[in-house]
Design a protein around this ligand. Structure first.
Ligand SMILES: [Zn+2]
Ligand SMILES: [Zn+2]
Ligand SMILES: [Zn+2]
Length: 293
């Protein structure tokens, strides 16, 4: 998937609330030059601040740890007459480092830069944008893995399915086609397994469901009949055991009898499994990122 596509999805999942931006902005109006600095962490990594510097100005709100799937917020402002707000901040996760640079100079245009480095750098995509204006300029940086959108909850079987074209193959254990309801979910793909990411999840073209392709293959039961097909599409790695936050929905589980991903919420009569009966939860507690528009 193109870089621009994953970034475009990520900015709809992890983002600062407008009230937060407005509150920071009102404080920053008192300075000649000032920046709101937002670092959106669209990954299961905890990003720890490792260093920062200012060529001019100082932090109002200093860098702090950025939790998984959370926007990290900072601010910078001038501290003297005829001065800008120009500096850098660095963060580190597991074998990956992120360095951002923000520049709102006293003379000249605003400019942002971002760099990702370390052994795992190829697993990540980054973007940066510099906000305009002298005060409260909104700088935004995004760190994400490759992701695919359009994954949905099915109201008839509680499974996770890809709501793409070829609707005749959206086969549901209910005997009808999957019925999308609620939020749109995001699936991480094309990265190795990690402490909070389980690899081995695949799209099945016969039922459009998300299923775990490992373990006992005789339980890869497909609602289209026979077994799920792992031969096409992306290799997904899904996040689990994360602290809850607004960008995530928890309570997604693996089913032992069909290997599907399903939402283990209320209305249990609709936890319909391709193996007959109801889905049987086991293993990790998955949290799926969701788009909020
Ligand atoms: Zn369904
Ligand atoms: Zn299937
Ligand atoms: Zn099942």
């Amino acid at each position: 998937m193109a870089l621009a596509e994953s970034i475009a999805i990520a900015v709809s999942v992890v983002k600062a609330a407008p009230e937060v931006i407005n509150a920071m902005n009102s404080v920053l109006q008192a300075f000649d030059r000032s920046c709101i600095i937002e670092v959106d962490n669209m990954t299961p990594e905890s990003l720890q601040p490792t260093g920062h510097s200012h060529e001019s100005g100082a932090f109002g709100q200093a860098p702090a740890r950025i939790d998984p799937f959370t926007p990290g917020m900072m601010s910078s402002h001038s501290t003297d007459f005829a001065q800008g707000a120009v500096g850098t901040a660095s963060f580190v996760g597991r074998d990956v480092s992120l360095t951002i640079r923000f520049s709102n100079p006293f003379v000249g245009g605003n400019h942002a830069e971002v760099q990702v480095s370390g052994a795992r750098a190829p697993e990540f995509q980054v973007s940066r944008s510099a906000g305009g204006g002298n005060t409260g300029a909104h700088f935004r940086y995004v760190l994400t893995h490759p992701v695919q959108d359009d994954w949905r909850f099915c109201a008839r079987c509680h499974g996770l399915f890809w709501n793409g074209p070829d609707q005749v193959n959206h086969r549901c254990p209910s005997g009808e086609v999957h019925l999308p309801l609620g939020d749109e979910f995001i699936a991480v793909h094309s990265v190795p397994e990690g402490p909070r990411l389980q690899a081995g999840w695949r799209f099945c073209p016969r039922c459009h469901g998300m299923f775990f392709s490992g373990g006992d293959t005789s339980n890869h039961r497909c609602p289209a009949g026979g077994l799920h097909d792992a031969s096409v599409g992306l290799a997904f790695a899904l996040p689990h055991d994360l602290p809850p936050n607004g960008a995530l929905q928890t309570n997604w589980r693996f089913c032992t009898t069909c290997h599907g991903m399903f939402f283990n919420g209320p209305d249990r009569a609709n936890h319909r499994c391709a193996a007959g009966g109801l889905h049987n939860p086991a293993g990790f507690e998955f949290s799926l990122p969701r788009i909020t528009r």
